[in-house]
Design a protein around this ligand. Structure first.
Ligand SMILES: [Zn+2]
Ligand SMILES: [Zn+2]
Length: 365
């Protein structure tokens, strides 16, 4: 079938809106008419080739839409179902069997390289275009996804608001709720108040952290963090942000989370911890990036540093929980989502990169 997609051709070129051909869903797959798709930093990291993936490619991995057709063997989903698309996993490797889907042996192949049993389903003028990014490639009017990464949602939910639950929000909330698991009354410092950091702050408020410190260099984002549950805001541009955190927590935070991947910020996110503190790293900085941590801090304070993919979440279980928080008002996505028509994808990316918008979401018409 003929579809419209935003194609990434080269790192510095704008996305190109073009007509492509998309094949039929195969065994275990569904064709989704995409209604909306969030833009995540991983889309930009791939386009800029920080993660080297062959181009041209259709990116987009926070898709939401309506099932249009199901492939052979699909019984759980039907045409007309409203769905979110999250990351893919093989379901067969030891980590998948253990429920640790973000650490699937085939995570890179399935999600970044878009490996699909039947090969790429996407062509343009007869030439193959990279598709199936995160088992979806949802910067398009239609996407082929699999039963493993499609989560059915109630049809009354606003797809353009909940689309980012599939990656960014899941990463922030999941890292707090599944990995750090701060007991009520403890302190947490969150470095970077973008979509992932703000989601972490919201989760920290839900689980009852009593001191929640947002660190960012953009005043508007700090203001938003305070509105969404942070108890304190520290500017990364101040003379000594570390000293401010240590003072606010009377000796160091119990937990911290870095969403920036900037080595100096990562170091601060570890150094701000008190003894036996736990730190999580969730960013995807360019290949070869090294983090430096002071040995006397890590060893002497008994610090735990943990890398986290997709918030250690199983989307089939965690997306419904996050929707519950959205429904009861504790996850006010409308406060940080801004929608753009697909054709304005380059404007949306510009607004994300300049920090004017926390979570741009493309809406297909
Ligand atoms: Zn696997
Ligand atoms: Zn993402």
């Amino acid at each position: 079938m003929s579809i419209t997609a935003a194609i990434a051709n080269a790192p510095q070129d704008p996305f190109e809106i073009a007509t492509c051909e998309l094949g039929d869903p195969q065994h275990g797959e569904v064709l989704v008419r995409v209604h909306a798709c969030g833009i995540c930093h991983t889309d930009m990291a791939v386009k800029l080739q920080h993660i080297p993936i062959p181009m041209p490619k259709v990116l987009g991995h926070e898709g939401a839409g309506i099932v249009e057709k199901v492939g052979p063997g699909v019984t759980r989903l039907r045409p007309g179902d409203h769905v979110l698309m999250s990351f893919g996993s093989c379901g067969e490797c030891s980590n998948c069997r253990d429920g640790a889907l973000g650490y699937c042996d085939h995570f890179r192949d399935i999600n970044l390289f878009g490996k699909r049993a039947g090969g790429s389903a996407l062509t343009r003028n007869g030439k193959e275009v990279g598709g199936h990014f995160f088992a979806q490639s949802a910067f398009a009017t239609h996407a082929i996804a699999t039963t493993r990464n499609v989560v059915k949602v109630d049809s009354d939910l606003p797809l353009e608001l909940i689309a980012p639950l599939g990656c960014g929000i899941q990463t922030g909330m999941g890292t707090v709720m599944h990995v750090l698991r701060p007991p009520a009354g403890t302190s947490i410092a969150v470095f970077g108040a973008g979509a992932v950091g703000l989601s972490a702050i919201i989760a920290a408020a839900i689980v009852g952290c009593s001191t929640i410190i947002a660190v960012d260099i953009v005043p508007e984002r700090l203001r938003m963090a305070l509105e969404l549950g942070a108890t304190h805001a520290v500017s990364g541009l101040s003379d000594n942000p570390m000293a401010e955190i240590v003072e606010l927590t009377q000796g160091g935070a119990n937990f911290s989370l870095d969403t920036t991947g900037v080595p100096a910020v990562v170091a601060n996110s570890i150094n701000c911890l008190r003894a036996r503190g736990v730190n999580a790293q969730v960013a995807a900085p360019p290949r070869g990036t090294m983090y430096a941590a002071e040995a006397s801090v890590v060893v002497g304070r008994g610090i735990t540093v943990r890398g986290v993919v997709e918030g250690d979440a199983n989307p089939q279980l965690f997306i419904p929980r996050m929707i519950g928080f959205f429904r009861d008002g504790r996850l006010p996505l409308d406060k940080f989502v801004k929608t753009y028509p697909l054709e304005k994808i380059n404007e949306a990316v510009g607004d994300l990169e300049s920090s004017r918008v926390v979570k741009p979401v493309l809406v297909m018409r």
